[in-house]
Design a binder for this molecule. Structure first.
Ligand code: F6P
Length: 460
């Protein structure tokens, strides 16, 4: 461990998942935070990704360029209750509008609060006077209130990377007030869309008795805080450049030659029930059923790295998808044509951007998603002279900005199959026009603009 001179006014990013140097960052949050910290410098605090005998026995420090990483391990029991349990079996399904999947095990909430308390203890010791603290996501909702209890007076912002459902659903959460009221300990709470902001304000006004003032200012007891919409972006220029260069990489050449001129449809998602993968497979099967002309002329590549694989719902969806992919290939494949290529692996971003550029259609159809950065990366990766078409769920936060995509209801198999058909046949002029309009948004609201606008509002 090397010693770094103390600085004031740093940015401290806190998130459960930390993308350590040289690790492939899966998921939007880790990629976005990595980009933000590489530009701004600062400290990134979170879980090391490791299970140990004891939670946070030591804090691991690592320095890489402008970024100082400080991470802690979790014990098996804490990990099971905090991460698998309350975060991913209670909060995650509820935040994604799936109350039917919520697990009401009370031990999970205790474990969640316990781990948040450990985060607060270890982090409080690292905070310096003028640091701005930026806490991310549903794993760490009560962290600011626990830091305040330890005397931390700094500016603290929270960003929720998932959707926030309406108050009528949020009250299905066990001890919802006890948990959600702690959001008032932040100075700023950010969400991706106006719909999420409405839900937050509705919950506070109707369930906690908070007062709502102009400019999205809320007052609950003696605490005042702001809420705001900050749609997360990507490093648009870097993604576009990487995609333009990727053509010579072996994996890209291999993919292109294996296609033998067929049109490629691509989907890239963590293997998660919120991503609408079974419905997507059904829509593709429907396309093949309706359009025999497309047989042998199209190939669908679904990349789905396994995620949270100790959680039963995630094991179940993995089994369902294997069955569906096998069934579709069984029905439609020919000796020289595989309709679905289903790959449970993650790939570096440089390779993914090359895959996106070679795909005529980006198929991004979550049932619910906070933002969905794959949609944005697909657009940024396109060849301006011959861009592909984005088919996008209207329930992804990205649909609020990328309205020149073909917007679909992911549960409506016919509608998604229609959109695929239209995308595959779309004339070049229309593709260029839609792509340009989306690219303008991505260039304007990139990751740097997102970080700056959130931090400016936090420091205001
Ligand atoms: O809120 C969304 C998100 O934080 C994504 O950024 C990420 O894909 C996921 O949730 C977290 O995944 P994991 O459980 O692998 O950390």
């Amino acid at each position: 461990m090397s010693v770094v001179p103390s600085r004031t006014g740093r940015l401290i990013v806190v998130s459960n998942r930390v993308a350590l140097p040289k690790q492939t960052a899966t998921g939007g949050l880790a990629s976005a935070m990595r980009a933000a910290l590489q530009e701004a410098g600062g400290l990134w605090f979170g879980w090391s990704g490791k299970i140990a005998g004891e939670t946070a026995a030591t804090v691991h420090h690592l320095y890489d360029g402008p970024v100082h990483y400080a991470t802690i391990d979790l014990s098996r029991d804490d990990h099971d209750h905090f991460y698998d349990g309350f975060a991913n079996r209670t909060l995650w399904p509820l935040l994604h509008y799936r109350p039917d999947l919520v697990d009401y095990n009370r031990g999970h909430l205790d474990g969640y609060l316990r781990v948040n308390r450990v985060f607060a203890e270890r982090l409080a010791a690292l905070v310096e006077q003028d640091d701005a603290i930026w806490i991310n996501d549903y794993h760490l909702i009560p962290l600011a209130s626990m830091l305040r209890e330890r005397g931390v007076r700094n500016r603290i912002g929270f960003f929720l990377h998932t959707p926030l459902p309406p108050a009528g659903l949020l009250i299905a959460l066990p001890r919802h007030r006890e948990l959600l009221e702690t959001l008032a300990a932040y100075d700023l709470v950010g969400v991706h869309t106006a719909r999420d902001l409405r839900a937050l304000e509705e919950y506070f006004v109707h369930e906690t008795g908070a007062r709502l003032r102009g400019g999205h200012r809320l007052r609950l007891g003696h605490r005042r805080f702001h809420a705001g919409v900050f749609p997360i972006g990507i490093d648009t220029r870097q993604v576009a450049e990487a995609a333009a260069k990727a053509g010579t990489l072996d994996p890209i050449e291999d993919l292109r030659s294996s296609l033998e001129g067929r049109a490629l449809i691509i989907g890239v998602d963590r293997l998660d029930y919120s991503k609408g993968l079974p419905q997507r497979f059904d829509a593709y099967a429907r396309l093949l059923e309706r359009m025999p002309d497309w047989h042998r002329r199209v190939s669908f590549l679904q990349i789905a790295p396994p995620s949270r694989s100790t959680v039963p719902e995630y094991r179940q969806i993995r089994r369902d998808l294997e069955r569906k992919a096998g069934h579709i290939n069984g029905v439609y494949a020919a000796p020289d044509w595989v309709p679905i290529r289903y790959v449970n692996k993650s790939f570096p971003h440089s390779v993914l951007s090359g895959y996106y550029r070679n795909a005529k259609v980006g198929l991004v159809t979550p049932m619910r998603d906070g933002m969905n950065l794959v949609a944005k990366e697909y657009v940024a990766s396109q060849n301006p002279e011959d861009p592909g078409v984005l088919v996008l769920s209207r329930f992804a936060g990205a649909a609020q900005e990328l309205d020149e995509a073909l917007l679909v209801n992911p549960a409506d198999t016919e509608e998604v199959a229609d959109a695929l058909e239209r995308a595959l046949a779309m004339p070049l002029e229309e593709r260029k026009m839609r792509w340009r309009a989306m690219m303008d948004v991505l260039e304007r609201q990139d990751i740097t603009a997102w970080r700056r606008s959130f931090l400016a509002a936090l420091r205001e």
